[in-house]
Design a protein around this ligand. Sequence first.
Ligand SMILES: [Mn+2]
Length: 473
Amino acid sequence: MNLSKKARERIAKTIKNGAVLLHGNKTIYRNNDANYPFRQFSDFHYLTEWPEPDAHAVILVNDSMPELHMFVLDKNEEMETWDGKRIGQQGAVDLYGAKNAYSNTQYKSELINLLKGYTDIYCDYSSSSFQEIDQRVLNLAVPYDQRGGNFSKANLHSLQPILSELRLIKQEGELELLQKACDISIEGHLAAMKFTKPGAYEYQVAAEMEKTFYHLGAERLGYNSIVAGGDNSCILHYATNREELEDGKLLLIDAAAEYGMYSSDITRTFPINGKYTPEQKAVYSEVLKAQNLGIEMVTTQNTMQDVHKETIASIAESLVNLELVPNNTEDTISMMHYFQFFMHGTGHWLGLDVHDAGSNELNNEPRKFAPGMVTTIEPGIYIRPSKPVIKFPLLERDPEKIKVRRKEMGMEAATRLEQKEMREAKTVEHKIPESLLGIGVRIEDNILCTENKSVNLTEALPRSIDEIENICS
Ligand SMILES: [Mn+2]
């Protein structure tokens, strides 16, 4: 339980003096006597590694030294016969480094004692337990005066910004787990590529891939697998996976395993019959070019915003080459025409959560990548079959200006104005080359920023057309 011990030491250094209140996840009911598989909250895991439901934790910090107090399910032979073994209070002390452990039924009463003398309290305002329990207890534990009861003089701090900053920079042990999640995910994608053939169903490909994840030790999926054949590749979060795979079409798979609570996030787009058509090749090559550019840019010189901007520039040029847009590259960018084909960000943080904690701004400014940050790089081009003709507004839409205006006018008024401008703008109708309709390509890898270069943690899964055709055929 070394990782969480170190994490507590780091948060204690930030806080110096105070108390951290944390609530674990609960068992979630699915239907008649069946529950959803339990997964601990990522923040709770980060600071405790406690794997059971219905737990609370209090970290008391004195002069930058942390002291963990755990509130956990009681050992109970009867319940353990039905629901599985419990670690219990002794285990929390012996194995998880708690100074003291209590029954979770004692949380409310013990919290009053534990918090005496602490005025700076760090908590998660969004937690229902915070609202139901902590807020009331604070009135008694840190009363405004001797009358107690209704007021507290505690200074409440939001825990999330502090935890997000810590979680953003991955430590050595975390990177080992993340690499393992990546390695397992790579094997699953390879299994899917080898299995895929015309006539198979999306769920059968998913089953082959996920079997490999679990076989290699994944505890669960990082997120619901997207196995999107043909036109479905143009649906960003397609997850029904029920359709038959057609000869001559592409299969887009966005899926990954979770290992040791860390999740990978990989996308590959490959030909169902093993050979890309010339049109598919053309689109794929353009996305790959943009992705390579993005991967290279994950260094301490750049921000996520820089990467996104360069990716857009590259994709815009590609859209012009593919005759998907009416104007030149410059207009395609400034009028945001690219947004019809590339409508998501270039990347997001990766870690305990597939969309991991951490802001890509620091003091309201775009922040540079730092060693230990892990991001996905995942450009795409989606040519929706439902849009054979697109009306492009001829209107400058500088995202920076839009952002400033939204701040000045407020979101609602600014959006109304944007919509009005869009309605009133001149448009140009553009016919999409028919042979490209229904082609959706995304390529996604997991990139670690280090001192001097970007490192692709999922490099072992081929991306080049030749290599992929080799595996698929
Ligand atoms: Mn992703």
